[in-house]
Design a protein around this ligand. Structure first.
Ligand SMILES: Nc1ncnc2c1ncn2[C@@H]1O[C@H](COP(=O)(O)OP(=O)(O)OP(=O)(O)O)[C@@H](O)[C@H]1O
Length: 693
């Protein structure tokens, strides 16, 4: 190649021989080419050597490859062997595989059927779920709507409350403002009140003085009306009895009572009795209590009050004191009403007084070893105790085979009061007594135990007479009210007009005498007694009756009832004094005060001398209802017992007195029946110290 290039270049140099530079250049290029040729030669030699090396290597390689080929042939043979073994194995495997495929196909078919079934189920489930989703979606939609509504309402409510809160804030500010204003005015008012209160305190002190004065005046008024009052109550005839069988001829408004004896003609047929008041058969329990009520206040003011009912069996003592069995409030007797009053007045006064209505004793008859004390707080407590007492009474009656009415029943209420202002204390007692029947022993013609019992009863009634005498002498501050019970039945006439009633009438007049006569007409104390218990001529009684029929109120045309005033008003003390004057005038003006009528007057009770004896007898005794210290406490029992001899001597002197009086004629002054009865019981041993325990 370099040769060609040199030839080319030589042709070119021939073609252009002219130029020297080109020849030089060409020479130079020839030299260069020579160099390059030698280089190429060298390179060629190197390549030749390399080729030789390569050729030896190739030979070696070829040998190695031949060995490898032999090796490979051998391996190929081995591989062919293995391949045939593998082919066989493959055949077997193929067969196994085909079998397996068949098996798998059947399994796949089963699985497919199974899957189809499950797919169906799943599709069903999917449908159900979709339905449920739909329902839930609807529910959630409605819930959402609800919540939206609620949200709206809540928002409105919040807005409203917010508004209200604002209003409240405003109004609270207003109220604050007003409170401040009110506070200011209150403090001003308080200051004012303080001043007024100081004034009131001063006036309150005066009020207590006025109150005390008022109480004093009230009790003085009761004193003026008499410390002993005798009211007569006539029970109605039992149904079926004709009106004509009644023995009651006339009931005056001033306490006069005319009893007629149908077996007697003329002036002896009628008898006049006088009481503080007479309650007719139609009187209600309330009316009867209205005249008793003021005495209950006295108990709370520290006085001793004794209210008792006296009369023959069946005359209405229990009815008046307690009321009928299973009584309604209207039918309540004096006991319940008095207790009700007692508790209600004590409650009304509770701001200025503290009362302890501490105890009650319930005992029957004179000998009362089992009399008991109980604390009481209300009327019902007392009623309960009274019922227990009644039951006890019934039990003892059964064991004795006697009637309950043959014993006394005494209920005592003790009231301890304290004036919260002054600290002063008071002690008052209220004794409510339902006495045993007062019928005469001789009439009942009893003997043995019954006789003895009747005599005991008479003895206790005699003691009652003593107590009344003691009271009549103003020994103490006790106030006594006696209900004389009458049975208008003709058969009971003997007991109605018995000497015992004469005694009560006499006692009644003794009370009048003590209370009024000495200061009214200046007569000797005993004189009016002669007018006390009298029989009237039939003419005068008929006149009185005629007058009563003409007008129940206009009584002016008859001496007997001519000047009638309401002497039972509780609040008017002047009227009470007027009443006493009236009684005096009545005695002066009446037929019985004139000489001609005096002959008609049957003088009962004692002659002055006898009475004096009797009073001196009584004054020796120790009995005094109410004036004694609390007789139910242990302390008071001893003094009573220590005075036993005194009582015994007093009983004996009464018996002596009775013996003298019982021997006198009918026209002579009479001893009280009870005392005469005691005379007949002379043989019975007396245990005086236990009386009225
Ligand atoms: N004012 C009256 N109104 C209606 N009934 C009356 C009245 N007074 C008494 N009675 C009745 O007469 C009967 C006898 O009365 P009560 O038992 O009160 O008499 P008593 O005097 O207590 O008798 P005793 O001495 O036997 O205890 C009773 O049935 C009673 O209900």
């Amino acid at each position: 190649m370099a040769k060609r290039t040199l030839e080319l270049e030589k042709s070119k140099m021939d073609g252009k021989s002219t130029r020297e530079e080109d020849v030089i250049k060409l020479i130079k290029e020839k030299e260069q080419t020579n160099i390059e040729l030698s280089t190429l030669k060298h390179e060629l030699e190197i390549a030749k050597r390399t080729l030789e090396l390569e050729k030896s290597k190739m030979d070696e390689k070829r040998k190695a490859e031949e060995e490898d080929m032999i090796k490979s042939v051998k391996e190929k043979e081995q591989t062919n062997n293995e391949l045939s073994a593998l082919k066989q194995e493959l055949e077997i495997t193929k067969k196994t595989y085909e079998l397996r495929c068949l098996q798998m196909e059947t399994e796949a078919k089963d699985a497919k059927a199974d899957l189809d079934k499950r797919l169906k189920e799943l599709v069903q489930l999917l449908d159900d779920s979709r339905n449920k989703v739909k329902v839930l979606e609807a529910y959630s939609k409605s819930q959402k709507q609800k919540w939206n509504k609620k949200e709206i309402i809540f928002q409105r409510l919040t807005e409203f409350q917010f508004g209200a809160l604002q209003e409240l804030r405003l109004s609270s500010q207003c109220i604050k403002h007003e409170i401040l204003k009110a506070k200011k005015s209150y403090s001003e008012d308080f200051n004012c009140l303080g001043l007024k209160f100081k004034k009131l305190v001063v006036e309150g002190e005066n009020y207590h003085l006025v109150l005390a004065e008022n109480r004093k005046l009230f009790n003085e008024l009761q004193d003026l009306k008499g410390n002993i009052r005798v009211y007569c109550r006539i029970r109605p005839l039992i149904s079926g009895q004709a009106e004509k069988q009644t023995t009651i001829e006339y009931i005056g408004e001033n306490g006069e009572l005319v009893v007629a004896n149908p077996s007697k003609q003329g002036k002896d047929g009628n008898r006049l009795f006088r009481f503080n008041k007479v309650y007719g058969p139609n009187s209600t329990q309330g009316e009867v209590f209205s005249d008793t009520q003021p005495l209950i206040r006295c108990v709370l003011d520290g006085y001793n009050v004794c209210i008792f009912a006296y009369g023959q069996t069946g005359s209405g003592k229990t009815y008046t004191m307690t009321g009928p069995n299973g009584a309604t409030e209207e039918e309540w007797g004096v006991n319940y009403r008095a207790l009700n009053d007692l508790f209600s007045i004590s409650q009304n006064r509770s701001s200025s007084f503290m009362y302890e209505v501490g105890s009650i004793s319930e005992h029957n008859g004179l000998v009362v070893p089992d009399a008991t004390m109980h604390p009481v707080r209300s009327t019902s407590d007392v009623i309960e105790l009274m019922e227990i007492g009644l039951n006890n009474r019934a039990v003892s009656a059964t064991t004795l085979n006697e009637r309950s009415s043959r014993s006394h029943s005494v209920v005592s209420i003790h009231v301890h009061g304290k004036d919260l202002h002054t600290g002063a204390t008071s002690q008052g007692n209220l004794h409510l007594v339902d006495l045993a029947g007062s019928e005469r022993v001789d009439r009942s013609e009893v003997t043995g135990d019954r006789l003895r019992e009747a005599q005991h009863i008479n003895k206790s009634l005699s003691a009652l007479g003593d107590v009344i005498f003691a009271l009549a002498q103003k020994r103490g501050q006790a106030k006594t009210l006696m209900f004389v019970q009458l049975n208008p039945d003709v058969a009971s006439l003997k007991d109605t007009i018995s000497e015992k009633d004469g005694e009560i009438e006499r006692l009644q007049l003794l009370k009048d005498l003590k209370n009024a006569y000495p200061s009214v007409n200046g007569e000797k104390q005993g004189t009016p007694l002669k007018h006390g218990y009298s029989s009237m001529s039939n003419d005068s009684v008929r006149g009185a009756l005629r007058n009563q029929k003409q007008s129940s109120k206009t009584t002016s045309d008859h001496d007997y009832c001519s000047e009638n005033i309401d002497k039972h008003s509780e609040l008017d003390s002047q009227q009470s004094a007027e009443d006493l004057k009236q009684q005096s005038r009545f005695l002066k003006q009446s037929k019985y005060s004139r000489g001609d009528i005096n002959q008609d007057v049957e003088i009962l009770g004692y002659a002055d001398g006898d009475r004096e004896d009797r009073l001196s007898d009584v004054s020796d005794g120790c009995l005094s209802v109410g004036t004694e210290p609390d007789i139910s406490t242990g302390e008071s029992t001893k003094p009573l017992e220590s005075e036993g001899n005194k009582v015994l001597s007093r009983v004996r002197s009464l018996q002596k007195l009775r013996q003298t009086t019982s021997s006198s004629s009918r026209d002579s002054p009479r001893a009280p029946t009870s005392m005469r009865k005691t005379a007949t019981t002379n043989t019975i041993s007396v245990k005086p110290p236990r009386r009225w325990q």
